[in-house]
Design a protein around this ligand. Structure first.
Ligand SMILES: Cc1ncc(COP(=O)(O)O)c(C=O)c1O
Length: 426
């Protein structure tokens, strides 16, 4: 078979665009954080991961500008060779201190950190990597790259059942997100840590969505559950609460020293650019200092969650600023996101494989930078959409996953209807 044949037979995006369902790569031509411009229209942004609203904070912008002036726009090489700035090391030292670890290691993106670290660690002979089924794609990719054995678990009960096949698991790494990115569900780390004590595995926490959100000063999911010390390797990104780009892994000095000299995605990839490092560092300072940010984030999250639930949406028990709206049908989630945008609201659909088939969501998230007017405007749009479209009344937990996705089927139906209309018009 021609190695490029999947490319030539790929039609999903073409069909999506032809029917107006296509919800990806929407072009943003300007942004002030809570409001962005799309197709010349100013719309409220509820589709970001800007949990602390720091992308436009004056101190963060100033630090990025100063770094540009001092170091230029790029490092033109890996940290290993020629791109290691004092700023990278300052950020690492401050992250280690903040997270209570001996050392931290900064990567050019969170994906690179996860893929490289799991890819390396899972290479140990006999390694088994247990992955929460809802984890981010990069944990799956890292585990696959490692050639270690992979075992998925749906929840902690399932993990316990799978671990119970042996008395101890020194060869195993359990990797879980702290906050699952689509549903805002928080992992039960206390129970996972109890299993760790019983079975002796190592624990890798991807706290991309918990860092800067949960725990004292935003120290994350483990801090919020009092189990920080039980996490062997803590990962988080700068691309969410810290408003920048990049990621880090923190842990014991000996482990980080080994990673620093062996993780291929660090050694063979150009260093995080100066302005991004400086922005992450400044955002960390603001986050540690300004408790008011957290107050506003939680107030806005409570206001918006209450608002959408009063309209009739199911928010799937979220306890974070990620507020999912359960839709069910994938085609409908796409359609509602498109209509929301037309009415002035930017949201993102989450469909299979990010969520189970037939469990599509509209993912929203609020930030401290949203005003009540922004959120009320968003609620008004969602009220209109709720009136337009019938949504399932049952608890999503009781809705079994569908066998197939419905997107392509719905899109084909629309195309056929349009074709019939054109023919009828002659
Ligand atoms: C849970 C989780 N882990 C890792 C990543 C990757 O982070 P980055 O955007 O820094 O590559 C993301 C980003 O979406 C994420 O949601």
């Amino acid at each position: 078979m021609d190695i490029l044949s999947p490319c030539y037979s790929y039609l999903d995006s073409t069909i999506g665009k032809a029917t107006g369902y296509y919800p990806y790569f929407r072009v943003i031509s300007s942004s002030d954080g809570p409001v962005v411009t799309v197709n010349g229209q100013r719309v409220v942004m509820l589709g970001s991961n800007n949990y602390l609203g720091l992308t436009h904070h004056p101190e963060v912008l100033k630090a990025a500008h100063e770094a540009l002036d001092r170091y230029g726009v790029g490092c033109t090489g890996s940290r290993f060779m020629n791109g290691n700035l004092d700023l990278h090391e300052q950020l690492e030292a401050e992250l280690a201190e903040f997270t209570g670890r001996e050392e931290a290691l900064v990567f050019s993106s969170g994906v690179l950190a996860n893929i490289g670290t799991l890819g390396l660690l899972g290479g140990v002979e006999g390694a088994v990597i247990f992955l929460a089924a809802e984890n981010h794609a990069s944990l799956f990719d890292g585990a696959r790259l490692s050639h270690g054995r992979i075992a998925l678990f749906e929840d902690v009960d399932d993990l316990e059942r799978k671990l119970a096949f042996r008395e101890s698991w020194p060869n195993a790494l359990v990797a879980t997100d702290g906050v699952f990115s689509m549903t805002g569900r928080v992992a039960d780390l206390e129970r996972i840590v109890a299993l760790k004590r019983r079975f002796g595995f190592r624990l890798y926490l991807d706290d991309a969505h918990g860092f800067g959100v949960l725990g004292p000063q935003g120290r994350g999911t483990a801090a919020s559950q009092g189990v920080e010390k039980d996490v062997d390797l803590l990962f988080a990104t700068f691309s969410k609460s810290l408003a920048s780009l990049g990621g880090f892994v923190a842990g014991d000095k000996t482990v980080i020293e080994y990673l620093r000299h062996n993780v291929r995605t660090l050694i063979f990839s150009a260093a995080l650019p100066p302005a991004s490092v400086a922005a992450a560092l400044a955002a960390l300072h603001v986050m540690r200092r300004d408790s008011e940010l957290f107050t506003r984030m939680w107030d806005n999250a409570a206001f918006f969650k209450q608002g959408v639930e009063a309209l009739g949406y199911h928010t799937m028990g979220t306890r974070t600023p990620i507020i999912p709206l359960f839709i069910g049908s994938e085609a409908l989630a796409f359609q509602m996101c498109r209509e929301a945008l037309e009415l002035g609201l930017f949201t993102t659909p989450a469909v299979y494989p990010a969520v189970p088939k037939g469990h599509a969501l509209i993912r929203t998230s609020v930030t401290p930078a949203h005003t009540r007017e922004h959120l009320q405007q968003a609620l008004d749009v969602l009220a209109t959409l709720f009136e337009r479209h019938p949504l399932p009344k049952e608890d999503p937990a009781n809705i079994p996953p569908a066998r197939d996705t419905d997107i392509v089927e719905a899109a084909m139906r629309i195309l056929a209807e349009r074709e019939a209309e054109t023919q009828a018009k002659g």
